[in-house]
Design a protein around this ligand. Structure first.
Ligand code: G3D
Length: 192
């Protein structure tokens, strides 16, 4: 019994694929800053994303429904099902994890290449900028620039953030909302 419980715990908490980038921490930070209740989970209560976490925030009258989807290999196959409903993709990168940057780039390349994401803004967040060992946004941009040409005329940007401290989060939200409003005609909002 102990082994089964331990096995389940290990599989739930194992960092694999693109996990650990800070997606859930960012979602909770956004909820604490922008949701009506102004309540988000404390970072020490956040568990790895097993399926998806959802949040709703309102910015200057624009309601955003945010899906935080797990980045592990087996969950990535589900991403496609989100794209046709999505108005933007926010791709969170752990700037301290040099070893996985190539995997991040390859994964983003697939996201960008998907038919259903054509024309929607892509925001890449270089997270964990509060840490001394983090790569700077210039270095991260260089890695992602290699796929920038595949993005065509679509809006894309790499911005530095710390989901933990909240630094850079307001600028990222501003960028996103501006692009969503600008893109309203190509991909109209869902009011359901
Ligand atoms: P995920 O949802 O992408 O899998 P999480 O990632 O939000 O669960 O975060 C994974 C770990 O990174 C957590 O630490 C979390 O506190 C930390 N983290 C997230 N964002 C930041 C950040 O901006 N700065 C720093 N320094 N850490 C961050 P633990 O220790 O709980 O695994």
């Amino acid at each position: 019994m102990y082994h089964l419980v331990k096995g389940i715990y290990t599989s739930l908490t194992r960092k694999e694929g693109l996990d650990n980038a800070g997606k859930t921490t960012l979602l909770e930070k956004l909820k604490s800053e922008y949701s009506e209740s102004k309540r988000g989970l404390d970072p020490d209560k956040i568990m790895p994303t097993v399926g998806q976490n959802v949040g709703h925030i309102t910015i200057n009258g624009t309601l955003l429904r945010l899906w935080d989807v797990g980045g592990s290999e087996n969950l990535r196959s589900l991403w496609d099902s989100y794209y046709s409903d999505a108005h933007a993709v926010v791709f969170v990168v752990d700037s301290t994890d040099r070893e996985r940057l190539e995997e991040c780039r390859d994964t983003l390349e697939k996201v960008v290449g998907s038919e259903a994401t054509q024309g929607i803004p892509i925001l890449m967040l270089a997270n964990k900028q509060d840490r001394e060992d983090s790569m700077g946004v210039v270095d991260i941009k260089e890695i992602f620039n290699k796929i920038a040409e595949k993005m065509g005329a679509r809006d894309s940007r790499v911005l530095p953030v710390s989901a933990l401290t909240g630094a850079g989060v307001a600028d990222s939200v501003d960028w996103l909302v501006t692009r969503l409003l600008r893109n309203k005609q190509d991909r109209p909002p869902n009011y359901r």
